[in-house]
Design a protein around this ligand. Structure first.
Ligand code: ADP
Length: 274
């Protein structure tokens, strides 16, 4: 904001702070501001490899910002986000950590797939090209292999017959299932889901959620989902984090959060949405 003193530069995180078997994702005192609006205040939480975590809470509580920070679509104003023991904002140079460059960020991003509320498919490319472009150009996978993987993934999301279709000819639910296949084509370790059914007509929601339930059942991909679909959150999550004003007010297994919430804030939120 105008007139506000510039924030002191954050000291680089200590190299070697990670022993290799820690959490897959670690938020350490993460601060995120937009102007004067402090969205995340010294947020701490971990996600283990293979864990499926859902973020719930009122609109504006910072849930989407968390996913966007992980995807390096936003940068932190303080604290450190670690993925696999490496800080997102820094890279190793011998024993030292130095600020990340574009190439490092691309490498980190490659481990992470994200599906957005607005499917964000490339409208001028076939479904096939939507799914195969990134593996071919970023991972160096052969066209043949990428094609084969696209076919398998489209089968999995129930769209095996749409591979040569254009996205604009598909329903919203079908487009979102293509977007899920596209994210998985990069073989990410982490799948981020940002309110993936919020833009869909109600009758299309179940099909998308069923695909995600199946992915949860059949893979060990680490999932971090922001959702308003409480039934889905209950079915797939190992852990639910309830957010309010950029902080975790309560967390626990879904049976506890939905069955016996401890905090009044959680109870009133669930009462309003269920
Ligand atoms: P949630 O996902 O819980 O609804 P968000 O993370 O989208 O919350 O937003 C948290 C806060 O950050 C809101 O007050 C929102 O207005 C603000 N915000 C998010 N993105 C931006 C941005 N690009 N510029 C300014 N403010 C933003």
């Amino acid at each position: 904001a105008a007139g506000a003193p510039a924030a002191a530069p954050e000291p680089a995180p200590a190299a070697g702070a990670h022993d290799g078997d820690g959490p897959l994702i670690r938020f350490e005192r993460v601060v995120k501001r937009f102007g004067d609006n402090v969205v995340l205040r010294e947020l701490d939480f971990n996600v283990e490899a293979g864990e499926r975590v859902t973020l719930i809470g009122p609109s504006g509580s910072g849930k989407t910002t968390i996913l966007r920070l992980l995807m390096t679509l936003e940068t932190v104003n303080g604290g450190v986000i670690w993925v696999n023991g490496d800080p997102l904002s820094h890279m190793r140079k011998g024993e030292r950590l130095v600020p990340a460059n574009e190439r490092h960020q691309r490498q980190v991003r490659r481990k992470i797939g994200m599906v957005f509320q607005q499917f964000n498919l490339f409208p001028n490319m076939s479904v096939r090209r939507n799914i195969t472009e990134a593996p071919v150009h970023s991972l160096g996978v052969s066209r043949e292999e990428a094609d084969q993987r696209a076919e398998e993934l489209l089968e999995m999301v129930g769209l095996g017959d749409k591979i040569d279709e254009h996205p604009t000819r598909l329903s919203g639910g079908q487009q979102q299932r293509v977007a899920i296949a596209r994210a998985l084509a990069m073989r990410p370790e982490i799948l981020l889901l940002d309110e993936v059914t919020s833009a869909l007509d109600p009758e299309l929601v179940a099909g998308v959620l069923d695909v995600l339930r199946e992915i949860a059942r059949t893979t060990d991909i680490t999932m971090l989902a922001v959702t308003h679909e409480m039934g889905f959150a209950r079915d797939v999550s190992h852990r639910v984090l309830m957010f309010d004003e950029g902080q975790i007010v309560e967390e626990g297994p879904p049976e506890q959060i939905f069955g016996e919430p401890r905090e009044e804030r959680t109870r009133s939120f669930l009462h309003a949405v269920l």
